[in-house]
Structures are given as structure tokens and as C-alpha cells.
Design a protein. Structure first.
Length: 166
């Protein structure tokens, strides 16, 4: 990575971190692109009894059982609906594969450290401990989410048990 930074410096560029930008309601969010395995259309999932509402169920992705989490429900959004723009972002992190349901995906953007501000101390749609920061790109404000912190270890153990129970 140091080599890339040196080459970019020579070229007069600033190295940025890439984020996949997605929407939930009227807000734009970003997650680290390196955690994204793929993006799929939303298909019906197999519901699992006695799980929290934000765990929609599981799906079989090429032989791998993938728990599906609806971030809109997790963030307590009202009037959650599924349409042709609804997608599942399949994430691969910490030796886990998890799908998250979002309203849509718009961009992959590279943000420099100058474009990322610390998360404010007050809550926006979610608690600030889940935020990496706020990205600023022209008039756009992006809420940058640390997906691993968002899906806390307690919730992830529940998600893991759901995936194993199938």
C-alpha cells in the first residue's frame, strides 16, 4: 500500500478510501468497498422462527447459507417496502458472509481523508458508535458506516446461529 501512496504522490493525486454508496430512505450511506462481495437483486428469503425483525431470514448463495439483514428495519425506518430498486449487498468480513437489504446502490466513490469528518456526537438515524464519519462530496453528505461495529458481536453470534440452524 505504501507503494501505491508513493506512486499517487508522484502523480499529484491523493489516495482515498473507496466506499460503496447506498440509500436507505432519503439518506445516503457508505461502506468500505473491500467488505463487499457482490450486489444482488432482492429475492424472497427463508424466514427463521424466533429471530429479531431485522433478520429477514436466510438464502442459499451458491451453496453458502447467507443470513439476510434488513438495515431499514435495523435503523427503525417506517414504511419499509420492497421494489425493483431494493438490493442485497453481500458482505464478506471477519470470516462471515452476510447480506444487507438496502433501498438501492448508487456509486462507488473514493474519499480522501480531507473529505471525511468525524461523526457528530448526536444520533442521526443510528447510534454514532457505528459511524466511521461523514463524507462530504460537493453538496452530498454521506453517512459512513462501520458495518462490523453495526453488526455487534452479540447480534453476529445470533446471525451465525441462524445460518447454522438451517
Amino acid at each position: 500500500m505504501a507503494g501505491l501512496a508513493a506512486v499517487s504522490k508522484l502523480a499529484g493525486e491523493t489516495v482515498g478510501q473507496e466506499f460503496l454508496i447506498f440509500t436507505l430512505g432519503n439518506e445516503e450511506y457508505g461502506i468500505d468497498i473491500l467488505k463487499v462481495q457482490e450486489i444482488r437483486g432482492y429475492d424472497q428469503v427463508t424466514r427463521i422462527a424466533n429471530t429479531p425483525a431485522f433478520i429477514k431470514g436466510v438464502t442459499n448463495l451458491r451453496g453458502v447459507i447467507v443470513p439476510i439483514i434488513d438495515l431499514r428495519v435495523k435503523f427503525s425506518q417506517q414504511g419499509v417496502s420492497y421494489d425493483e430498486n431494493t438490493v442485497v449487498i453481500v458482505l464478506n468480513f471477519g470470516q462471515r458472509v452476510v447480506g444487507i437489504v438496502v433501498d438501492g446502490v448508487s456509486d462507488v466513490l473514493s474519499l480522501t481523508t480531507d473529505q471525511i469528518r468525524p461523526a457528530p456526537e448526536f444520533a442521526v438515524t443510528l447510534a454514532t458508535e457505528y459511524l466511521t464519519g461523514l463524507g462530504s462530496l460537493g453538496e452530498r453528505m454521506l453517512i459512513l458506516v462501520d458495518i462490523e461495529k453495526l453488526l455487534s458481536s452479540e447480534e453476529m453470534s445470533l446471525v451465525d446461529s441462524v445460518a447454522k440452524s438451517v
